[in-house]
Ligand binder design. Structure first.
Ligand SMILES: Nc1ncnc2c1ncn2[C@@H]1O[C@H](COP(=O)(O)OP(=O)(O)OP(=O)(O)O)[C@@H](O)[C@H]1O
Ligand SMILES: O=C(O)[C@H](O)CO
Length: 543
């Protein structure tokens, strides 16, 4: 059992103040990371105007009122506005497909800079409620199709897109209908298909996906500017890769449908279209035509070129993490990026962060020849959780540096975890992750002396400012979260089991552990931050 020493009142107050400072720092790092990937700054940084010339990277384009904007996704309103601010009268016209209620949401929170200009030439169409393709989104897709189809080689298309773009640009090849597309999406996601698998199927059934937008716009030039919400940032999967070469095959779609055991419930029109496409590609010696079109890839710029189209990832969680790292350093921490592609169950990932904290604290204590047994066990646990031996070794070195320099540590992560909602509660993957982390931190605190002389704070939040169907971005946790809950008669495990993390945090200490940013207008998945600071007082006891 941990050594629970005597604590004076002044020690308790000092610990609580430091805890609050740590929470402020975690929020500061998270907000700075979000600000770094706001659509306006990303677009403005990318589009450089020099008289009547537009410079994007190494390319220069002549402008003469020949720019057409098409936009679709959850984070494109701000991108549209930024493009308007840079290009002004060079824009001929445009169409943007955005989620139902987004303009009203932005007006409500006073984000006028994310809304189109008063005299905008861009028509905004709202659709795809709950991320499901619908008639309005289809109308927007068909208008975009007609606009692109009318262009000439003198025209330039700016395709601005982000997560949610697939549902907002539905244009199935006939005879597949919109309802059938929605049905296929539902069936595959309920069977646990990943976004890459789901979008592979979409790319073979819809006109504007899988490079289709670029093909329809040809001979006009197309520049795709993308905010990535897909782990790994492969542009062919973000919003189903409308401007990227399609490197998947129809046969892969059929194999996937078979392996998920849903062949009999997928509409007949869909299966026969996939079979026809698979047969056609076999005639081309097993290769899809699009595979020949992948001309160049520049990894250092994350840039693909495809015939008349170039796709640039302008916002991603890597960019956000880099900035978070810089901010943590400026606040006096030793930062370490654990991973930018954390996926898997939200509870397991939350617990993993608690183990990381315990490992770092134990590594520090181990310098004084304590806890070697516990340290070995934690190391094994972390490797079992999926961290590499190199990562674990680097964290051990970080702990040594921290103890030698007396500088606190900041562990950063990003990605998108999953929650299989089985309970009837309200929550999101970040709140669920923070609660799971809090329960594990509590367990360590009760059964070991891992956190003796350390204070810590964990934050997990969605960069869009909305965690699941709730009005918060995420939540925090520390080793005393569960003690506070017990004191206030709130059962943490019960809330977690019922997927009710929102209400747990809502009632606990008047929502003090909730993270509220409001809608941010961007979306590059989730960010996690664990801060660990040495404390001269004994801190393993709740008071
Ligand atoms: N009660 C709940 N507890 C925990 N997580 C939940 C709960 N209800 C929904 N979720 C999670 O929220 C997700 C839906 O949230 P949202 O509408 O933000 O979609 P999303 O795919 O996460 O979109 P985005 O990528 O824009 O964040 C679901 O996939 C589920 O994982
Ligand atoms: O729209 C989509 O396809 C997903 O959000 C992934 O980008």
């Amino acid at each position: 059992m941990p050594n629970r020493g005597f604590r004076s009142n002044s020690q308790t107050i000092a610990t609580q103040i430091d805890n609050a400072v740590l929470q402020d720092h975690a929020i500061d790092i998270f907000s700075t990371a979000i600000n770094a990937v706001l659509p306006q700054s990303m677009v403005t940084k990318t589009l450089k105007l020099n008289g009547d010339q537009l410079i994007i990277g190494d390319e220069t384009y002549d402008l003469h009122g020949n720019v057409y904007i098409v936009a679709f996704g959850k984070a494109v309103l701000g991108m549209v506005r930024a493009a308007e601010d840079v290009l002004e009268d060079h824009i001929a016209e445009g169409i943007a497909s955005v989620p139902v209620g987004s303009q009203e949401d932005m007006r409500r929170v006073g984000k006028w800079d994310l809304l189109p200009r008063n005299n905008s030439r861009i028509q905004i169409i709202e659709g795809a409620a709950n991320n499901i393709p619908d008639e309005m989104a289809h109308k927007a897709a068909m208008k975009i199709y007609s606009l692109l189809d009318s262009l000439t080689e003198k025209d330039l298309v700016l395709a601005l897109f982000s997560g949610g773009g697939s549902a907002l640009l539905p244009a199935p090849y006939p005879p597949v209908t919109l309802e059938e597309m929605a049905q296929v999406t539902r069936i595959l996601s309920h069977k646990g298909a990943t976004i890459q698998q789901l979008n592979t199927v979409r790319k073979h059934l819809e006109i504007l996906k899988g490079g289709g937008l670029a093909k329809v716009a040809a001979p006009a030039k197309v520049i795709g500017l993308v905010m990535s919400d897909v782990v790994g940032n492969d542009p062919q999967f973000i919003a189903s890769g409308p401007t990227s070469p399609n490197n998947t095959t129809a046969q892969q779609c059929l194999d996937l449908i078979k392996s998920l055991g849903v062949m009999s419930v997928i509409p007949e029109s869909v299966i026969s279209m996939l079979v026809k496409r698979a047969e056609a590609s076999r005639h081309l010696k097993g290769l899809e035509t699009d595979q020949f079109a992948a001309l160049k890839y520049f990894p250092e710029r994350a840039e693909y070129q495809y015939k008349n189209a170039t796709t640039l990832i302008i916002g991603s969680n890597e960019i956000a993490l880099e900035v978070a790292q810089r901010r943590a350093r400026a606040l006096g921490y030793l930062p370490y990026i654990l991973s930018s592609s954390l996926v898997g169950n939200a509870i397991t990932t939350g617990e993993m962060f608690a183990k990381v904290a315990a490992f770092l604290c134990c590594s520090k204590a181990h310098q004084s020849h304590k806890n070697s047994q516990q340290l070995m066990q934690l190391e094994l646990d972390l490797i079992q959780s999926g961290l590499s031996k190199t990562t674990v070794n680097e964290m051990r070195m970080l702990a040594t540096e921290s103890i030698n320099t007396n500088v606190p540590v900041c562990i950063l992560g990003a990605g998108e975890t999953t929650v299989e909602v089985q309970g009837s509660g309200k929550g999101g993957r970040n709140q669920e992750m923070a609660l799971a982390c809090g329960l594990k931190l509590h367990e360590f605190n009760q059964t070991t002396d891992s956190f003796e002389h350390n204070i810590l704070q964990f934050l997990s939040g969605g960069t869009d400012g909305q965690d699941g169907p709730t009005d918060v971005a995420g939540a925090c946790a520390d080793p005393f979260l569960i003690n506070w809950a017990e004191k206030e008669g709130i059962d943490a495990q019960e809330h977690l089991d019922n997927n009710d993390s929102y209400h747990f945090y809502h009632y606990l200490r008047n929502g003090r552990y909730h993270i509220r940013t409001g809608l941010t207008g961007t979306n590059v998945m989730d960010i996690h931050c664990m801060l660990i600071q040495h404390h001269e007082f004994h801190t393993s006891e709740f008071s």
